[in-house]
Design a protein around this ligand. Structure first.
Ligand code: SAM
Ligand code: SF4
Ligand code: SF4
Length: 360
């Protein structure tokens, strides 16, 4: 069943979706990147993402039949690629908890752009299941993984994930991913002042020269359960300065437009790091990302308070062309720039979706 939305400039009078490259939002940003959450569940309870007090035994996660099926995700991804998406990222919750995830990977890997090219296919994971699944994921067509790792100190890492998951198993996951050919492996470290900012140099040293790309992420005010304070944020400029004092860094050109991480190369050739300045250096200006929650809500911003119900549309009788037109229209209306206006908003004035639900 089609959802009624006001007409917008991107919709040609035929009601058809515009050609991929013509699709622009209100701020002239194309749609290039689709992040697909396949589950809202996770086997970790990272204190800044799924604190146990909220995500405890009684927490009601989505039932299986509420989640988009692999067929539905594939169809949606195919339509999105037709509209200009060139990068698909599978996320969650913990995506490797979704049974048969390799099947979804294979379906997404088979999608081709209108000119017949494959799209970039990546997955973000806490790594816990990677030693078992890396080879199968690579065989199914997954190209790269990003693995989250916030500390190298055993006690601290276990306190952050809050389920006593040992750090050595995540390090083993990184090795397994690289061996399976899922590289270069990116490692995401969320920095929080007073929690792990004393490890910036140790982490940099650990991954220098390995071929893996360590990325430091500024702790963000996503959701409403992580008790975010601006004082907790470790600015990327500080990260670069602290590493550079020991191992000089120089800026590197972005790999593609709209890239979230700013790249810095070690001057001595030992590889690169990335910094994601979601708080101190808003990159809304060329944000080309949309996110789909596990139950099929489409969000055009990580900080959105409402989405478009794609599941209803996918399960209704709309054909691909109609769906494509609705998606295009929705993107055409997009005006999000939360990170640019964050400072001007009254704290708590906006309802926000949890990161574990919307996908990082
Ligand atoms: N479970 C997977 C994982 O941890 O990689 C995928 C989903 S997780 C929500 C995706 C990424 O979001 C992780 O790298 C996580 O560290 C990051 N993240 C979660 N909450 C965050 C926050 N408040 N600020 C910045 N990054 C956050
Ligand atoms: Fe789970 Fe990832 Fe959130 Fe940690 S950051 S609780 S691993 S979804
Ligand atoms: Fe994109 Fe929203 Fe983040 Fe800005 S705040 S970069 S629009 S997801």
């Amino acid at each position: 069943m089609a959802q009624s939305l006001p007409p917008i400039r991107v919709l040609p009078s035929t009601g058809r979706a515009p050609a991929a490259l013509d699709l622009r939002d209100v701020r002239d940003r194309p749609l290039r990147d689709l992040r697909i959450s396949v589950t809202d569940r996770c086997n970790f309870r990272c204190v800044y993402c799924m604190p146990k007090e909220i995500f405890g035994r009684d927490f009601q996660f989505r039932e299986r039949d509420e989640l988009l099926t692999f067929e539905e995700i594939e169809r949606l991804a195919r339509i999105a690629v037709g509209l200009g998406v060139r990068k698909l990222r599978i996320t969650g919750g913990e995506p490797l908890l979704r049974r048969g995830i390799e099947d979804l990977v294979a379906r997404l890997a088979a999608i081709r752009t209108p000119s017949g090219e494959a799209v970039d296919l990546a997955l973000t994971t806490n790594g816990s299941a990677l030693p078992v699944k890396a080879a199968a994921l690579a065989a199914a067509g997954l190209q790269r993984v990003t693995i989250s790792l916030d500390s190298l100190i055993e006690e601290r890492f276990q306190a952050i994930n809050d389920v006593k998951f040992p750090v050595k198993r995540v390090l083993a996951a990184i090795d397994a991913a690289a061996e399976a050919g899922l590289g270069p492996v990116k490692i995401n470290t969320v920095l929080k002042r007073g929690v792990n900012d004393d490890e910036i140099l140790d982490l940099a040293e650990h991954f220098r020269g390995t071929g893996h790309i360590l990325r430091f992420i500024e702790f963000m005010d996503v959701g409403a359960t992580n008790g975010w304070l601006l004082d907790d944020v470790v600015p990327s400029a500080e990260v670069v300065r602290r590493i550079s004092e020991r191992y000089p860094l120089e800026p590197a050109a972005p790999t593609h437009p709209g890239e979230t991480a700013k790249r810095w190369k070690y001057v001595d050739g030992a590889g690169e790091i990335g910094v994601i300045s979601s708080v101190t250096g808003a990159f809304c200006g060329d944000c080309s990302r949309a996110r789909v929650s596990a139950e099929g809500q489409l969000y055009t911003c990580l900080f959105a308070s409402s989405g478009l119900d794609l599941r209803e549309l996918l399960r209704g009788d709309a054909g691909d062309e109609e769906l494509s037109g609705i998606l295009a229209q929705h993107w055409g209306l997009r005006d999000d720039n939360y990170s640019e206006i964050r400072a001007a908003l009254t704290p708590g004035s906006r309802k926000r979706i949890e990161m574990s639900y919307i996908g990082g």
